[in-house]
Write a protein that binds this ligand. Structure first.
Ligand code: HEC
Length: 123
């Protein structure tokens, strides 16, 4: 991605590839991610098991900002405008990737609270 106001080292724009999770999605990292999810109080907004509360469900297979590993990382690192805090300053990249592994490992429940989600209409 290149914007005119970007100053790129050596004149080369960085690659625009999607971020990939550098951690193996093994049971140990998923278990670590589950602990981090609780310890960072993600469950305070997203509910136990990330099934949704004040924040949306992260396990219903539907995504406002994309469900790839890279999109999840960006949601957590930078936050999202309608109430998702940015955790880039308080969590290491490794901790964020482990939480991503945990979220992606959760099965989609057989019933989910809403059938569809639409963004609020802007005037
Ligand atoms: C203060 C409440 C709050 C806390 C704490 C919180 N979230 Fe969120 N989160 C939200 C809200 C609200 C949204 C929806 C934001 C929007 O739609 O712009 C969201 C969105 C997200 C999304 C994007 C979901 C999608 O559909 O694209 C992810 C991923 C996410 N949160 C993960 C986390 C993780 C991981 C943590 C803990 C490190 C966390 N959140 C902590 C409130 C919270």
């Amino acid at each position: 991605m290149r914007y005119p106001e970007h100053v790129s080292a050596g004149g080369n724009a960085p690659p625009a590839d999607d971020l990939t999770n550098p951690f193996a999605k093994d049971s140990a990292s998923i278990a670590d991610g589950s602990q981090i999810f609780t310890r960072m109080n993600c469950d305070g907004c997203h509910g136990a098991g990330a099934t949704g509360w004040v924040g949306p469900s992260l396990v219903d297979g539907r995504w406002r900002y994309g469900g790839s590993d890279g999109s999840l990382f960006q949601s957590i690192f930078y936050g999202r405008p309608r109430g998702m805090p940015a955790y880039g300053g308080v969590m290491s990249a490794g901790a964020i990737w482990r939480v991503v592994s945990y979220i992606r490992a959760q099965p989609v429940p057989s019933t989910v609270p809403t059938e569809r989600w639409e963004p609020p209409q802007r005037p």
